[in-house]
Design a binder for this molecule. Sequence first.
Ligand SMILES: [Zn+2]
Length: 255
Amino acid sequence: MSLFIDVHCHLDFQGIVERIDEVIENAKKAGLKRIVTSGINPETNKLILEISKKDPELIKPSFGLYPMDALEREGIENKFDVDLELESWIKNKEKFISIGEVGLDYKNGKDKEMQKQVFEKILETAKKLDKAVIIHSRKAELDALDILESSGHKKVIMHCFSGRKHLVKRAYDLGYSFSIPTNVVRLQQFQEMVQEIDINHLFCETDAPFLSPFKEKRNEPAFVVESYKKIAEIKNLTLEEVEKNIWMNYQNLLS
Ligand SMILES: [Zn+2]
């Protein structure tokens, strides 16, 4: 029996949502047991909650708040009350499995102070709820790690982390985990990360509909198997061993 998990994707995004039933069917056929789908604002948090009802055992919603000013740059709904949203997370804590994606984005967002303040508040909530956080950081790896470390929260998964080697090491030393995206099949940086990080701190993700392992196809959760295969190859383990290990990591951090 397969135990594949896609720990980070966006089932509500264009490119997936319009063929959601087919995407879910493909994932099941590929042997996926869990798909963690992330929201990025109050509106998408509602959407993923609805989508998860299609198969509550398979699809687990993760509530997120992407840096507001970065959303604005991309033309996505970005006017919301952070405090109200966090309050509703506390009230509805049994409805979602983890918190993310959250973090810092200095490429698309410019208001660093505002981003940091919101990130700190979110981590406080995550700690209170004892839920894992799925972290996005873009051009902000050092600040993200500083804030994470001072939050004292330990249940941390760095999603698609592209910080330099010493930052990877620092996150690892803090006990954080890393999710390896499917484009690891061609990106040396993630292959090196797999080499350096213990299997007990690894997850796999598609970030679908982005980061496809196949140049001609849009990404979807079924393709997460490509990350598993690459980890097995690099770590000289069987696919089954990688599946079992990551399943245990999931049990430890997300359930
Ligand atoms: Zn994402």
